[in-house]
Design a protein around this ligand. Structure first.
Ligand SMILES: [Zn+2]
Length: 541
């Protein structure tokens, strides 16, 4: 059989190789894209297939490679393969841990379990000191942020198991009816056992939880075979047992709804929208970072979707999904809202390491801390510890919906109400990831921070760390309760900051410091569900 590189060269019209990144020892990690018009990023549902997180699970690389062969060899002759290649963007990464493969070990060359190093409910279980601590997992994170995968598979060995999320928690995942339907759908082809990950055994910081928790991509762990390294003679049998199941998942990535979100005035794509599906209101989906398209896999039925993007009026659209077909909504235009002081909110997690009390928390969900303040919040304490991580207190890193100039801007952190007001946190900012953090200050309750004078011209990332020693960390709302993060652009000219802790407060404002062109500009920062009355008196007529 020819190798992976040559395979792409043989089918240049539908296959191309990309360098996902490099391992600790400098080995290349390859990703193959298979699609029609392969050089173009088309608005088609994206699927990610990964093998060999664990270097000693060799069969987990063989199946993705055989999938690539099957798709490329049968394109144009097999109608199903032709349809899938034409209507999906399939990314195959067969050997994610090449150092582990060479040394025949589960771990990478730093001795880290890569499938415990991702940033959703990470807890250092695989030996790492922070999420995405390894070049391999950093590369997977950055690669996944350039795409918007709908459904994904991560192969391992062994056990003949279809493992669905969550792996960190026994709590039902969002959209669980879809996840369970597809899990049993996969197993129907080969008799594999279906299990929720946590039910089988708890893991922290794995790729599946990352994919759903951060990217809203439903990702499975498929445990192949009956032993870690089955004899080579069994490879074909294992492939044939899984072939139709894999094609089924690729097909289901395009059962649901799709569209392209655009600005009604300019026609430009909006690449930072939230899409919320009724009846799954507690979860949020994202538009594609390149072209503003979105695809959400759904079971047949009637739905309403809500599209929200910072600076635009919200839109609701009702639609129906049919078996094995995509309901295409076409171009969806959002209308810009004009305002003097635009507000940019938290868009997406980079990492979210919050785990109040034994993963049993069903009251607060990570998406509650994204978007506008709305009264829903994420409690960010963590209370279980692995290894040496005894000082780990719970923290999140959130990417804003766009890069914000710091000059004259103000960051506001909104606290949710869990009955313990004015809990404490530390806030850091950065303009680039995996670089350094600038400590902005200690915060309490709903608090604001001016960004003038920070060492960045613009920022994109905000990190909130629970102040474990000062807060109420008990179940179910342990730690600081984060409702939202917003940056108000042009909060400008504001020289005074008043913290209101009593029901009413009055204060004098020195006019020259805030009056500009005879306009008095001020902002009130308060949790959204608290009514605020403002009376303004002029002391000099
Ligand atoms: Zn494994």
């Amino acid at each position: 059989m020819i190798d992976f590189d040559s395979l792409a060269q043989l089918h240049p019209e539908i296959a191309k190789l990309e360098t996902l990144g490099f391992s600790v020892e400098g080995r290349i990690i390859l990703a193959m894209k298979i699609s029609d018009n392969v050089e173009i990023d088309e608005p088609e549902p994206e699927v990610r297939i990964v093998g060999l997180h664990h270097g000693n699970e060799w069969i987990s690389a063989e199946i993705p490679i055989l999938l690539a062969h099957y798709l490329l060899d049968n394109y144009g002759s097999d109608p199903e393969v032709t349809y899938l290649v034409n209507n999906r963007e399939i990314w195959i990464i067969p050997m994610f841990n090449p150092d582990g493969r060479v040394h025949d070990t589960r771990y990478n060359a730093n001795g880290i379990d890569l499938n415990r190093d991702y940033g959703y409910m990470w807890e250092g279980e695989g030996g790492s000191s922070m999420p995405y601590s390894q070049p391999e997992t950093k590369a997977m994170y950055l690669f996944s942020q350039k795409h918007q995968f709908v459904l994904s598979l991560s192969f391992h060995s062994y056990g003949e198991i279809v493992n669905y999320i969550w792996n960190y928690s026994p709590v039902e995942p969002p959209e669980s009816v879809i996840i369970e339907e597809y899990s049993y759908g996969y197993a129907n082809f080969n008799g594999y056992e279906v299990t929720e990950g946590y039910d089988w055994y708890e893991t922290r910081g794995d790729l599946n939880d990352y994919s759903m928790g951060i990217d809203s991509d439903i990702d499975w762990t498929i445990e192949l075979a009956e032993e870690f390294v089955p004899p080579a003679s069994q490879i074909d049998t294992i492939w044939l047992e899984n072939k139709d199941a894999i094609l089924y998942i690729i097909k289901k990535a395009g059962q649901g709804v799709g569209g392209i979100i655009k600005d009604s005035a300019t026609g430009n794509c909006i690449t930072n929208a939230h899409i919320i599906i009724e009846p799954y209101n507690n979860w949020v989906h994202f538009s594609n970072p390149n072209d503003g398209s979105f695809f959400i896999s759904l079971l047949p039925g009637d739905y309403t979707l809500k599209i929200k993007a910072d600076g635009y009026a919200e839109r609701n659209i009702s639609f129906t999904v049919y078996e094995d077909s995509l309901t295409w909504l076409g171009d969806i235009y959002l209308t810009r809202i004009q305002t003097l002081t635009p507000k940019i909110n938290g868009y997406k997690f980079v990492w979210c390491n919050t785990d109040p009390y034994d993963c049993m928390n069903t009251y607060t969900l990570s998406p509650f801390a994204l978007g506008e303040p709305d009264g829903h919040f994420l409690s960010i304490a963590t209370s279980t510890y692995w290894g040496s991580m005894i000082n780990y207190t719970g923290e999140v890193v959130i990417k804003l919906s766009k890069k914000i100039p710091t000059n004259n801007s103000m960051l506001v952190v909104y606290e949710g109400d869990d009955g313990h007001p004015n809990e404490k946190f530390k806030v850091y900012i950065s303009d680039t990831l995996f670089n350094s953090w600038h400590f902005l200050g200690n915060g309490e309750g709903t608090d604001s921070f001016y960004l003038n004078g920070v060492p960045y011209d613009s920022i994109l990332y905000v990190r909130i760390v629970n102040d474990y020693s000062l807060n109420n960390n008990s179940y179910p709302y342990g730690g600081y309760d984060l409702d939202a993060i917003s940056v108000i652009i042009g909060a400008a000219n504001i020289k005074e900051k008043y913290k209101i802790s009593s029901p009413s407060v009055s204060f004098k404002i020195k006019a020259p410091s805030i009056i500009k062109d005879k306009t008095l500009r001020f902002s009130i920062i308060s949790p959204s569900d608290i009514a605020t009355e403002i009376k303004i008196y002029s002391l000099q007529g």
